[in-house]
Design a protein around this ligand. Structure first.
Ligand code: NAP
Length: 276
């Protein structure tokens, strides 16, 4: 029988997930499908009934449903609770389990592209405290890395740090970026700055120490102005596309029973769909 999986969101047309999972399905010769399904908020509950009925092995959840599905899942793991968002569903025996794989996506990307990045890392400078920042922060915490969290809106950063910490966190606003820069061994942008031609105008990259790793979770454009500036100064950089690819691995393994690999060919296929 064909095993079916999905990504639900509203809207959903922009999702690259069908291309990622479709590539793996073809590569492994699996009798399976992965489709993008537009589910408006008022249809989420009835979609879960289809899921419990056994139509799908599971799927991904994206904006705006990542929080709403908490109440609909039969179980949600500790990690997703801590991150405060579910992005992956697994349906089994009439029950739906929710988890979050963005955390593994972030770690998997850096582990693959900058092996050893977290060894002896004394401070990570994290820019932004929105939804995606939560998975990044929990991932950094899992490697015991002290964090400086800077967000445009101070209260949001404070709230997030006290929820996830408060030990291990120093909070500030983006106005503190240049004062914090010389102390960081890793810089992570989790804000949407970098999209649509936006950039960190006030960030003086020359204040970063030689060897500081700079990574961005924005992947469209693939090389954000932050990454371009860092690269121009000879700093190591990792783009955000790998996070998207690596977060897809655990879901595929759970639904289709095969552990897929993030290959250069897969990356090239997705890259071809991005702004440059
Ligand atoms: P979000 O929840 O809306 O959070 C947006 C963050 O950006 C907040 O910290 C916000 O600060 C900040 N921000 C927005 N506009 C700003 C501006 N003009 N100046 C300074 N700060 C600004 O969004 P999200 O879901 O976290 O997503 C953020 C980015 O990550 C998006 O580009 C998304 O595509 C990308 N992402 C990538 C992956 C991946 O797999 N690579 C996964 C998830 C998300 P305030 O609190 O002050 O509003």
């Amino acid at each position: 029988m064909t095993t079916k999986a999905f990504v639900i969101g509203h809207p959903i047309a922009h999702s690259r997930s069908p291309l990622i999972h479709g590539t793996w399905l073809a590569e492994h010769g699996i009798d399976g499908t992965y489709e993008a399904i537009d589910v408006p908020p008022d249809a989420l509950e009835s979609f879960f009934e289809r899921l419990r009925g056994g139509e799908f092995a599971g799927g991904n959840v994206t904006i705006p449903h990542k929080q709403a599905v908490f109440a609909l899942c039969d179980s949600v793991d500790e990690l997703a609770r801590k991150i405060g968002a579910v992005n992956t569903l697994v349906a089994r025996d009439g029950k739906v389990h929710g988890t979050n794989t963005d955390y593994l996506g972030f770690l998997g990307n850096l582990d693959a592209k900058a092996p050893g990045w977290s060894d002896r890392l004394d401070c990570a400078l994290v820019l932004g405290a929105g939804g995606a920042a939560r998975a990044v922060l929990v991932a950094l915490q899992s490697r015991n890395i002290p964090i400086v969290l800077l967000n445009r809106t101070r209260e949001t950063g404070d709230r997030l740090a006290s929820e996830l910490g408060p030990e291990g966190f120093t909070v500030g606003t983006l106005e503190n970026i240049n004062a914090s820069a010389p102390h960081a061994g890793l810089v992570v942008n989790t804000t949407s700055i970098g999209m649509h031609g936006t950039r960190f105008d006030q960030f003086d990259i020359s204040l970063l120490r030689p060897g500081t790793l700079v990574t961005d979770i924005v992947y469209s454009p693939l090389e954000t102005p932050l990454l371009a500036d860092a690269r121009a100064r000879g700093l190591p950089t990792v783009d955000g596309l790998g996070m998207l690819l690596h977060q897809a691995v655990p879901g595929f393994a759970a639904w289709f029973g095969v552990q897929p690999t993030v290959t250069p060919d897969l990356r090239a296929r997705i890259e071809a769909t991005l702004d440059h």
